[in-house]
Design a protein around this ligand. Sequence first.
Ligand SMILES: [Zn+2]
Length: 271
Amino acid sequence: MLDSVQQLIAGQLSSWELAANNYKALSQVKIKAVEVDGHTYKVQFNPARIASSAANVDAKSIQERQCFLCAANRPSVQKGIFFNGRYEILVNPYPIFSRHLTIPAVEHTPQLIFSRFGDMLDLAQQLNDFTLFYNGPKCGASAPDHFHFQAGNKGFLPIENDRNLPNVVRIESDNKQEIIDRFHQIYNTLELHPGDAEPMMNLLTWYESGHWVVCIFPRKKHRPACYFAEGDKNILISPASVDMGGVFITPLEKDFQKITAGDIASILEEI
Ligand SMILES: [Zn+2]
């Protein structure tokens, strides 16, 4: 599986101009390190992510656009690999990671994790060069109407090496069923907001040395106040799994320049 994915990435970067340009641009993006309460976070200035960070994900906007994860609406140059007959592994043309995948369900079905969490573990085991992630429908997913995971190459997110990064519930085991049961237990303790279909959360999962590591980030807010602030106080950050895992994405250079450890700490506190 991993070999086919590497071939898919190489093939897409040679045949798909948009993806090739965006991966090339990614190699030039600025990154800075910021110490927040003794933990090293990174900030990545990534202009190609503006569409995702500023996405309107309210029901009306979603209903009025064509779903970019449905096979029928994807550009013909975008190729995929089927996984378990239920998912398709695609190259994400707007990368944060130097290898960045989007893994939509084959059918157009809402972003809901409960019954699909085991699939995330299977993907992490098969794609063991990658960290898998899941953004809840109000926690960073820009297609809340079409179920999808994402994956990025290991070695980029600080949380992989910082066991004490805050705001996370961590599960580790070599027993898949045990992890699923534990996840479901935790899921059931999380607050479900009125009108929501699942508790707000981001998830990161990877497989190493024969066991899984799962990081659950319970969320209470979709976007921080600074996202909506006017003037100097505005910082366009729409936090999702990658940010929770230690890499804050700023699509605008002004925000990359000005964001401080205090801003990051207060955004984390708030969301
Ligand atoms: Zn769709």
